[in-house]
Ligand binder design. Sequence first.
Ligand code: ADP
Ligand code: GN1
Ligand code: MG
Length: 359
Amino acid sequence: MVDSGVALARVVASFPLKGTIISVEPYGDGHINRTYLVLTDQCRYILQKMNTNVFPDAAGLMRNIELVTSYLQDKGEETLDIVPTNDGATYFKDPTGSWRVYAFIEHTISYNLVPDASVLCDAGAAFGHFQNVLAAFDASQLSETIAHFHDAPSRFRDFQSAVSDDSRHRVESCRSEIDFYMAHTEWYPLIMKGLALGSIPLRVTHNDTKLNNILMDATTHEARAIIDLDTIMPGSLLFDFGDSIRSGASTALEDEQDLDKVHFSSELFEAYARGYLRELKPSITDKELALLPESAILMTLECGMRFLADYLCGDTYFAVDYPQHNLVRCRTQIKLIQEMEDRLTASHRIIDEVMEELQ
Ligand code: ADP
Ligand code: GN1
Ligand code: MG
């Protein structure tokens, strides 16, 4: 579904944008919000129709982003810059939806697929640094934008309901994928149990650390800004590490249909871990360190299960380009998980070696 030109013109006119509007075009590859690039004769902006199906409390969400971005700006970090509406609000609401505008972060590029290991090492360092900077942020100010976001046992219960409801009669088309997630139940409590017991510390985490949520400098390829701050909430560092490996240490796109091209790359895993641990070595706990390889498996399980549940429910959550899209995404995740499981011991060795190297 696209927004009409008339609706977009009215929305854009509600923000004090510099210059005359030249175009408003769909932009980027996010699965959640509807993102547009607004080009004027003076500069560019990002316009987003917030997904209020996913984030019902747009006001709370924008308040979080305002708090986090001003905190980051005070610390001298490059971050999202909210452009307030003509009335000074953080977003604009009309019958078509809830809309926000960010300054376009110029001369950057975001990757869906990592071009080489050094880029992933920089991404790891950037997310590690982000974690460090947020360590002093008072999380009690934040509202929970999505409840139970990385609660894998709760995700599994949703998945089981999607299977038993079978509302779109799709279960028969994905029996083996369903069986795969049913056979991995022992994994799901791993992080939530640690958080509940206190053996894994609760921190302020990004919670959506996939590769295209980081903007790299277009010339130097170094990380510039971490974006998509919609899910910053209390969580585990393992959520963030695991999700970055899920998306960054794959040799193919998340929706690659040819599974022969999809591999978990130990080289990329090592590169990300090296950058991440360079930043976090002083503050990561032994327990967190010991679970880094497992976190990649768990976060890939969780994401694949979410894709499959959405496929079974008729694709109401993630944006899709074709009817099997979520199933295709779920299959790439399964392939990655299988290879991560096969190489779990090697991944632990890599973490040990990286830590030794950093001594
Ligand atoms: P979603 O929640 O749907 O993933 P994002 O906020 O991640 O939406 O935005 C989608 C894409 O738009 C990003 O991956 C990035 O490429 C681009 N993008 C978002 N905000 C900016 C910005 N301020 N400057 C430049 N590019 C941006
Ligand atoms: C979504 O918003 P985006 O496209 O950066 C999703 C993540 C998934 C990811 C899978 C709020 O991320 O949790 O891991 O898709 N974000 C939300 O690609 O659900
Ligand atoms: Mg995104």
